[in-house]
Design a protein around this ligand. Structure first.
Ligand SMILES: Nc1nc2c(ncn2[C@@H]2O[C@H](COP(=O)(O)OP(=O)(O)OP(=O)(O)O)[C@@H](O)[C@H]2O)c(=O)[nH]1
Ligand SMILES: [Mg+2]
Length: 201
């Protein structure tokens, strides 16, 4: 499975700016600074496609990336970021809610959590919320390069239990080492194909 082409497609600051084209969309959900933008760059093999920052709150609008001219990755602002105004938080929450509840092109959700930490309450709420939409979804635990091999299985079990998954459903990932990249791409391409989309892989 290969991403042959990945390009910036659209930027949306409000629901009115969401693209009208029909491409199946795969959205990244996760708290701010967890590594959503890095995940997109790792999967596409383009270091600077999505903007990354050590400071939380880097992604401040919805970014659409067109992959293989056949589907989109959608990078949303992260949740749980404290240092923005109440007004801004409300705006983001509305944008997220609108995206998840109204977007007809939404095909799959990838929830990203940090392998080092127990999922937060917001991560848990997100997992419940995602299931409610009955879409294909995968859960990825990233920053695996920061967890010693001997501790990973314990972390896998803790995270899976908190998010109501079986441990083998969790994909262990690292944007640094690209661990888990092939596994993730396989799941994505398989799901798209099973749903009848052409993916040009
Ligand atoms: N070691 C390591 N660092 C990572 C990994 N993924 C992301 N990071 C770092 O984590 C920080 C945040 O990464 P981003 O990809 O910008 O996170 P984000 O979820 O897009 O953040 P927002 O846009 O603020 O919601 C950056 O300093 C990244 O370099 C990883 O797999 N391993
Ligand atoms: Mg980001």
């Amino acid at each position: 499975m290969r991403i042959k082409k990945a390009e910036f497609f659209r930027f949306a600051d409000s629901c009115a700016d969401f693209p009208s084209e029909f491409y199946p969309e795969i959205v990244l959900a996760g708290r701010s600074n967890v590594g959503k933008s890095s995940f997109i760059n790792a999967l596409t093999g383009q270091k600077r496609l999505a903007r990354i920052s050590g400071t939380p709150g880097k992604t401040r609008a919805v970014h659409f990336y067109l992959i293989n001219e056949s589907f989109c990755f959608v990078d949303l602002p992260g949740y749980g970021y404290a240092r923005v105004s109440k007004k801004m938080k409300e705006k983001w929450a509305n944008l997220l809610e609108h995206y998840f509840t109204e977007r007809k092109t939404l095909f799959m959700v990838i929830q990203i959590v940090d392998l080092r930490h127990e999922p937060s309450r917001e991560d848990q709420q997100m997992a419940v919320w995602i299931r409610h939409f009955a879409l294909p979804f995968i859960t990825v635990a990233t920053k695996a390069d920061k967890v010693p091999r001997g501790k990973r299985e314990k972390q896998r079990r803790i995270i899976a239990a908190a998010l109501d998954l079986s441990p083998d459903e969790l994909i262990i990932f690292s944007a640094e080492t690209k661990e888990g990249k092939e596994e993730t791409l396989q799941v994505i391409f398989r799901s798209l194909k099973e749903a009848g989309f052409s993916v040009q892989a």
